[in-house]
Design a binder for this molecule. Structure first.
Ligand code: SF4
Length: 249
């Protein structure tokens, strides 16, 4: 049987869209995003809480809004998703979520299907860094965008820091580490993780937390100074600048 993917539902379709990568080291690169549903973390400021904050669950979120699971998930076979992706004139594909590495079998089917059509398809995975990729994904993925969560996310450390997964990503030359920063006090945690897992400084990005332009503008000014002074790369949130918090763009 063909592997399946549980994807975020937008209208009556899966949330698959052609846009510019908004964050991280590939910011600005034309890309097709595939947004999977489900996440093992519950960040209080998550901008895709409709992938996990279901009605009846105890998790809290700044927005104080719960979602009916059946209205926000759509299931497709990997081949169906590949057919949708092929319609776009773009070979950079970003597997995002939620937490995409909860569905590795489905992504394996998708990657094989797309590369059978055209070997030049390139895949980035946006992960929270808690899940260990399997052998196929380890080889097949071109770029890991690892967003390890800090305590400002509201998740306890046991949930958000997994040594085996962090050690795996730290050893990959195609892994980049993007930390979401709310205040200058978060820097001590970044430095602790950098030392603990020997993360290469040149592949660490600091990105201001914010789901609107006013918040981002306040935070990017002091965060840019920190990045310059301490040698970290700065990441903005281009999609918020361009389109605000709108889904599917
Ligand atoms: S890990 Fe990502 S998708 Fe999951 S709750 Fe946190 S921000 Fe949202």
């Amino acid at each position: 049987m063909d592997a399946v993917l549980k994807l975020a539902k937008l209208g009556d379709k899966a949330e698959i869209f052609h846009t510019l990568q908004g964050e991280g080291v590939s910011m600005g690169v034309p890309s097709v995003f595939i947004r999977s549903s489900l996440c093992n973390l519950h960040c209080s400021w998550c901008d895709t809480a409709y992938t996990w904050n279901w009605e009846g669950t105890p998790w809290s979120h700044e927005d104080d809004e719960k979602y009916q699971k059946q209205d926000y998930i759509v299931t497709h076979s990997a081949k169906e998703v590949a057919e949708t992706v092929k319609q776009y004139p773009c070979k950079n594909v970003i597997l995002t979520g939620g937490e995409p590495l909860l569905q590795q079998e489905g992504w394996t089917g998708l990657i094989k299907s797309l590369r059978a059509t055209d070997p030049s398809y390139r895949f980035e995975v946006e992960t929270n860094g808690t899940q260990l990729p399997d052998a196929f994904m380890s080889e097949a993925v071109d770029q890991w965008n690892v967003s390890t969560k800090l305590s400002n996310s509201g998740n306890n450390e046991k949930l958000r820091i997994k040594d085996d997964a962090m050690q795996f990503f730290a050893a990959q030359e195609n892994a980049w580490f993007k930390f979401v920063v709310q205040s200058a006090e978060d820097l001590a945690e970044v430095q602790e993780l950098e030392a603990r897992f020997s993360l290469p400084k040149e592949r660490i990005l600091l990105m201001p937390e914010g789901r609107d332009e006013v918040t981002l503008q306040k935070r990017r000014l002091w965060l840019a100074d920190i990045c310059r002074d301490q040698g970290y790369r700065f990441s903005d949130r281009l999609h918020i600048q361009l389109w605000g918090a709108k889904r599917g763009v």
